[in-house]
Design a protein around this ligand. Structure first.
Ligand code: ATP
Ligand code: MG
Ligand code: MG
Length: 582
């Protein structure tokens, strides 16, 4: 593998390591999650990053960008990347998503082990006791208060970008009263939406995120891990810095939308450090541009709608931009990593063309994928001078780039399947394939001369006839005795294996399906999946889940859900060339 291209985050990390910024007494004398202390204490000089998904949906290609970035930096700089579930919104979260996310990150090729081998898998919900304790400390120090304005009042009093906010009438509430109310909130004595805990910062701040942001709200909801233990849940902006600090994260890498949250992130950490709750050095937040891909939506809400309303066949439909969809489609994990590396890390938003992802898939598959042949739109070719009942074996390289894969063998006989497109009764200009009188090579077989065709009552060609030139067999001295311009693929009809093949196109026809206030469903491509009944070369390895190339047609994989040895179902991973936009 080639070394990763430099980017601003790598520069920051290299400078931090050079300055020995992490040689501190991390966790000395302050509480930290027992699991972190057990697993992570001994390597203070290393960087720690984290990938913090919320378990409320399946991972998609945008998450892959963040995974490759965070785990990649930890790998390249001898650090550790934590997998942390940001499970602070009980209503939408579920164990099903936790399991799926773990599986997807593993599939992508990463693990969350520290240098001593200890697993660094965390749940924000494991820190709820710390968050509660820290919130009490903030109240005691005058940095937080319980507000009983309604949600509408809080919103109205927040001000705007140009107008300062106004103080809540409860901002001056005595410390003890706030402490008591927070306890009552925790003990379930107040209904949802009645009280919130807010930081006391500055209602006049030009940054709206510093206008006394909410830290806790009441939610009588069952959590998939903590059950009914809690009925107050921390807001993301409060939970996130606490989670990072407790885990000793050094570089907390977010997408650009969180840039305006950074001052509150720093405020939170600074106050908790002053109060002796956290040790130096504190984590730093950095922002990079999220991945936007043309022809793709990555909003969890929209993906969920596609699944729920049946526009696709589930989260792992091969057209979905989810990692499970891409896995089922036959995209190698290595291609997704390559794509994430190639598209780099930037500080300004842009849109990456989908064809770059497909190019990475081809680049990964071409050197390794074994070759085979399929006929998608079959037409019978009869070699009239080939003896009936005779069968001979032809050979071809499994992969021309990799001689170590050896040769494959397949039968030739009198009746073959060829593509309808490989015959024209009236050839257009520069057409070198079969037409009456023309010579063509049956790839890896013989040169044949087309002698005619048979049509049905409607004038459709239903059979083509040809004669073979016995001295021209591939691999024999006479192979080149007759020069031809056309080379076609074929399968012996008596030996061909029937298969259903799904040919995919972009799920959306519009390059910006979620732009502006567009109806993204109206942008769906009605032809995103075409299914053909095809013939494939006998011996194509359908069982292993491996990916192969059908010559001239692209890369293919047996569908992991629906394919059986008796009734193969095959997905096209990607075409051989970029044909989009032609
Ligand atoms: P939602 O769709 O609910 O807004 P999300 O996209 O923020 O959720 P999370 O599960 O919170 O999803 O994401 C986990 C991590 O993946 C976050 O750190 C987030 O920044 C990152 N991430 C999500 N989408 C992208 C993207 N398109 N490009 C880069 N990183 C992303
Ligand atoms: Mg999120
Ligand atoms: Mg999102």
């Amino acid at each position: 593998t080639t070394p990763a291209a430099p980017n601003f985050l790598r520069h920051i990390i290299e400078a931090d390591l050079k300055a020995d910024r992490f040689q501190a007494k991390r966790w000395a004398g302050v509480p930290g999650p027992a699991s972190v202390q057990a697993g992570g204490q001994p390597d203070p000089a290393r960087i720690r990053t984290r990938f913090p998904p919320e378990p409320n949906g399946y991972l998609h290609i945008g998450h892959a960008k963040s995974i490759c970035l965070n785990f990649g930096l930890a790998r390249d700089y001898g650090g550790t990347c934590h997998l942390r579930f940001d499970d602070t919104n009980p209503e939408k979260e579920d164990q099903e998503y936790v399991d799926a996310i773990i599986e997807a990150v593993r599939w992508l090729g990463f693990d969350w082990k520290a240098s001593d081998g200890a697993e660094q898998l965390y749940f924000a919900s494991d820190y709820f006791d710390y968050m509660y304790d820290f919130a009490q400390a903030l109240i005691r120090a005058g940095h937080a208060y319980v507000d009983q304005q309604s949600a509408e009042e809080i919103r109205a009093n927040r001000g705007t970008l140009t107008e300062p906010g106004s103080n809540s009438p409860w901002r001056g509430r005595p410390v003890q009263e706030s402490l008591d109310l927070l306890e009552e909130m925790r003990d379930g004595k107040h209904p949802d939406g009645s009280l919130v805990l807010r930081a006391r910062i500055d209602m006049g701040s030009p940054n709206i995120n510093l206008r006394d942001p909410v830290l806790y709200r009441v939610r009588h909801a069952t959590h998939h891990r903590t059950g009914n233990k809690w009925c107050i849940y921390p807001m993301y902006s409060w939970a996130h810095p606490v989670e990072d600090a407790l885990e000793g994260i050094t570089h907390s890498i977010c997408t650009l939308e969180f840039e305006d949250q950074r001052p509150f992130y720093d405020w939170t950490l600074a106050r908790l450090a002053e109060l002796g709750k956290l040790a130096q050095p504190l984590p730093h937040q950095y922002e990079f541009a999220r991945l936007n891909l043309s022809y793709v939506v990555t909003s969890k809400r929209k993906l969920l709608q596609l699944v729920r309303e049946g526009y696709v066949d589930g989260w792992d439909d091969p057209r979905m931009p989810t990692l499970f969809g891409m896995r089922r489609r036959g995209y190698p994990a290595s291609a997704i990593r390559l794509f994430c590396d190639r598209t780099g890390v930037s500080k300004s938003d842009s849109r990456i063309d989908y064809s770059l992802l497909e190019a990475a898939v081809r680049d990964e598959l071409d050197p390794v994928a074994p070759r085979s042949v399929a006929v998608l739109q079959p037409l019978k070719l009869v070699i009239t001078n080939y003896p009936e009942g005779q069968v001979e074996t032809c050979t071809a390289p499994r992969n021309p780039h990799d001689p170590a894969q050896g040769q494959r063998e397949f039968p030739l006989s009198r009746e073959l399947w060829i593509e309808q497109d490989d015959f024209r009764e009236e050839p257009p200009k520069k057409y070198f394939r079969l037409f009456p009188g023309n010579l063509v090579r049956l790839k890896y077989g013989y040169v044949v001369r087309c002698t005619g065709c048979t049509k049905d009552a409607d004038g459709n060609v239903v059979e083509v006839q040809a004669e073979y030139l016995p001295e021209t067999r591939s691999g024999t001295p006479g192979a080149d005795s007759v020069k031809v311009k056309g080379n076609i693929t074929w399968i012996s009809a008596a030996h061909a294996v029937a298969a259903q093949i799904h040919l995919y196109d972009r799920l959306f026809a519009d390059p910006h399906p979620d732009g502006g206030d567009k109806d993204f469903l109206a942008a769906l491509n009605p032809d995103s999946r075409r299914t053909v009944q095809a013939w494939i070369e006998p011996g194509t390895d359908l069982a292993s889940g491996a990916t192969w190339q059908f010559e001239r047609l692209g890369y293919f994989v047996a569908d992991s859900r629906t394919s059986t040895p008796q009734a193969p179902v095959i997905n096209r991973v990607v075409t051989l060339k970029d044909s989009w936009g032609q």
